[in-house]
Ligand binder design. Structure first.
Ligand code: ZN
Length: 250
């Protein structure tokens, strides 16, 4: 074998290995896991690894996120939710989403979710409105929405930092923080004039979240990124918000 051929052969083998690894990794990623009491990660969906979450109290539940998925390796997050819900006999009361970015909100998935859970109310921040077509029972909120699952509070708080529609989802002491960049005032899209959230608006959002606990006499002790790649337990939420005001590089 000439050197060139050997190189090609090695390269092909590597690609195949990588492909098998990715396939297995993707299948593994769609296993339901309980991250905290009543807070389940149902799966991470490719290519962006966006989590689809289930919040449960008693027999009532809410689904957080409607991400696109890779049909070659994964079942749709709506299908997955349907199986999980049937098994555990939960009634889905709400369909929710943390922000409008394409890796989080996919209209087809939202429609599929609604067809499986027709009685569920969809609660979204007002900024979603132009993207919503062919969905019923949609409720928009501007600043905050206080929902409940069997008497347990479920808060949706509009707090733009990563994007204009950023919605914090707070339930049973857990804050699902969407794509918020923590421990820095900086955001991933600061260099994109059409997408960036101005500094003053980001500061206002962090301060709003800083007041959340004391205003409601509520304690947030866990923080999860919606992509499930940042998991923080036993945190001091007020300290975390103060630290997020610091303008440091990533
Ligand atoms: Zn994202």
């Amino acid at each position: 074998m000439s050197n060139i051929l050997v190189k090609e052969y090695v390269c092909k083998r590597r690609t195949k290995k990588k492909y098998i690894f990715e396939r297995e990794d993707m299948i593994k990623r769609t296993r339901k896991r309980e991250w905290s009491e009543g807070v389940f990660l149902m799966g991470r969906y490719e290519w962006f690894g966006t989590g689809c979450w289930l919040l449960v109290n008693g027999n009532e539940g809410a689904i957080v996120e409607m991400p696109p998925y890779n049909a070659q390796f994964q079942e749709s997050p709506a299908n997955k939710a349907l199986h999980v819900v049937k098994k555990s006999k939960i009634r889905i009361k709400y369909l929710l989403c943390t922000h409008t970015h394409v890796d989080h909100f996919n209209l087809k998935i939202a429609q599929e979710m609604q067809s499986y859970f027709p009685q569920a109310e969809i609660h979204l921040q007002r900024g979603f409105e132009p993207m919503i077509h062919g969905l019923n029972n949609v409720h928009y909120f501007d600043h905050e929405s206080n929902l409940s699952l069997n008497g347990e509070s479920l808060f949706l708080v509009h707090a733009p930092k990563h994007s204009w529609t950023d919605t914090m989802v707070i339930f049973k002491g857990v804050a699902i923080t969407g794509d918020w960049e923590l421990n820095t005032l900086k955001s991933a899209h600061d260099d994109k004039p059409q997408h960036r959230v101005p500094r003053e608006a980001k500061i206002a959002s962090i301060q709003k979240m800083r007041r959340f606990q004391s205003e409601r006499n509520y304690r947030i002790h866990k923080v999860y990124s919606v992509h499930a790649n940042d998991r923080r337990e036993n945190i001091n939420f007020d300290w975390l918000m103060d630290d997020t005001l610091v303008d440091r590089s990533f």
